[in-house]
Write a protein that binds this ligand. Structure first.
Ligand SMILES: Nc1nc2c(c(=O)[nH]1)N[C@H]1C(S)=C(S)[C@@H](COP(=O)(O)O)O[C@H]1N2
Ligand SMILES: [Mo]
Length: 195
């Protein structure tokens, strides 16, 4: 009896000291509030500091570009009507948004990815924000699948120029959880070859 109690106590102590107990892990991973985890966590002041008024297209491209809203307006502008932002961890989706933007693949065509032959097509494309939030696409996803036709760099939301979260937002409207590749304060599109 005493032996059993001792073993039980040892097991309990061991469990509470261990960082790997499933409950403990859950507590650590769990965001403080769903709102904090899902919305872009910047104060108005920080957001103003993080303002990006232009985007750079760079990396493995023949013509690195620096683009403003006006440069995008001179390209093929698409009206986006099916915009919703769904967070990965379950915050209520923001529905009914609309926007104007340019296809990411049109921007990449303009900068021209350096391809050394027709089999040279293993690239990944990083859309990066001033707070270093990132989304990643593959060349095949953008140029050989429907995702290419639903990935936009937007400069207008609900009929208004984007101005509180930089001037540009990237969004892939066909994603399941659209919050994940919804990049506010977008500052660069970077092309990397897989080596
Ligand atoms: N630059 C930047 N973009 C971001 C985030 C961020 O922290 N920084 N959070 C993302 C997450 S997790 C979600 S769910 C959506 C929230 O969309 P909202 O900015 O419209 O609230 O933005 C995404 N875009
Ligand atoms: Mo999110």
């Amino acid at each position: 009896m005493i032996k059993t109690t001792l073993i039980a106590t040892a097991v309990l102590v061991g469990f509470s000291l261990s960082n790997c107990s499933p409950n403990e892990q859950k507590k650590q991973d769990k965001p403080t509030t769903a709102k904090e985890a899902c919305s872009s966590p910047m104060s108005a002041a920080d957001s103003a500091k993080a303002m990006s008024t232009q985007i750079e297209i760079k990396g493995e491209v023949e013509h690195p570009l620096v683009l403003t809203v006006d440069s995008l307006k001179q390209m093929k502008v698409v009206d986006i009507t099916d915009l919703k932002v769904v967070c990965q961890n379950g915050m209520a989706p923001k529905l009914g948004k609309s926007g104007k933007g340019v296809l990411l693949k049109d921007l990449l065509d303009k900068a021209k990815i350096i391809q050394k032959g027709h089999k040279d097509r293993n690239f990944y494309i990083v859309a990066r924000a001033t707070d270093n939030y990132m989304a990643t696409f593959s060349w095949a996803e953008l140029f050989n699948s429907n995702t290419g036709d639903s990935t936009f760099v937007m400069f207008e939301e609900n009929g208004q120029p984007i101005k509180n979260t930089g001037n540009f937002v990237l969004n892939c409207t066909s994603d399941i959880k659209t919050g994940i590749r919804h990049v506010r304060w977008l500052k660069s599109i970077e092309v990397y070859r897989v080596n």
